[in-house]
Design a protein around this ligand. Structure first.
Ligand code: 5RP
Length: 235
């Protein structure tokens, strides 16, 4: 692949390229969503087409499924796969404990299901995604459309009692209409600025009826591969 990229794209590309070293023929691989994961799909597609790599991919979104098909990667469902050797995905933030905020692309529900059904989750990121404390990136929470305002109110009540610095809850929109996920749900973005106890918050959010899944990935990620605009990669 010949590349002439802006530094941010270089960073994403080199992280994705490095992650392909973990992929071997015969593996079932979870394919993440987002611009960094899109580079991964391109790299894996090239290995399938030109180097005989044989993998089955489980995409984490309809967008990734389209990209993977176009790249020549065989797609199967998670239930057909039963279990995955690894999942490779991007992130919006990661901390020193490899805990993540994901869902900027609205796919964190399927991403969490797929990553949890994998022997390993490898995250690919540019260096801007590293944080000392999670929460500068708004935390996505996927909620059922049914009774959404009730669910939102319960989330706002919950936030009063937890260790966060911001408490704004904003429904994600696409133009004038609510953003709708691949599963037909809405997303509330929680502007928390700083999350003191991500593990506790993740558990508390998921206890609210109407919350489908939050974007905190706690103890799921095994490795973060960080790409830099210079082309340098760190693991
Ligand atoms: C999608 C995600 C993405 O992995 C996350 O938003 C990172 O995206 P990008 O690689 O484009 O920065 O969680 O739901």
């Amino acid at each position: 692949m010949t590349i002439d990229l802006f530094p941010m794209d270089t960073a994403k590309f080199v992280a994705a390229k490095q992650a392909t070293h973990y992929v071997q023929s015969g593996m079932k691989v979870g394919l993440g969503t987002g611009s960094t994961a899109a580079w991964l799909v391109q790299c894996l597609g090239e290995m399938v087409r030109d180097h005989g790599l044989q993998i089955k991919g489980v995409p984490t979104s309809n967008r990734t499924a389209e990209l993977a098909r176009a790249a020549g990667i065989e797609i199967i469902t998670l239930d057909q796969a039963k279990w995955l050797d690894l999942t490779i995905d991007g992130t919006d933030e990661y901390d020193a404990n490899l805990n993540l905020i994901k869902g900027g692309g609205g796919a964190h529900l399927r991403e969490k299901i797929v990553a949890t059904a994998s022997d390993r989750m490898i995250v690919i990121a540019d260096a801007s995604k590293t944080v000392a404390t999670l929460g500068a990136f708004p935390l996505p929470v996927e909620v059922l459309p049914f009774g959404m305002q009730i669910t939102r109110g319960l989330i706002e009540e919950l936030l009063v009692g937890v260790d966060v610095l911001g408490r704004d809850v904003i429904q994600r929109m696409q133009g004038d209409a609510p953003y709708v996920t691949d599963e037909g749900n809405f997303i509330l973005d929680l502007h928390l600025k700083s999350i003191g106890n991500p593990r506790q918050l993740a558990m508390m959010l998921n206890q609210i009826p109407g919350v489908v899944e939050n974007g905190l990935f706690i103890d799921i990620c095994d490795v973060v591969i960080v790409g830099h605009g210079t082309g340098k990669v760190e693991i």
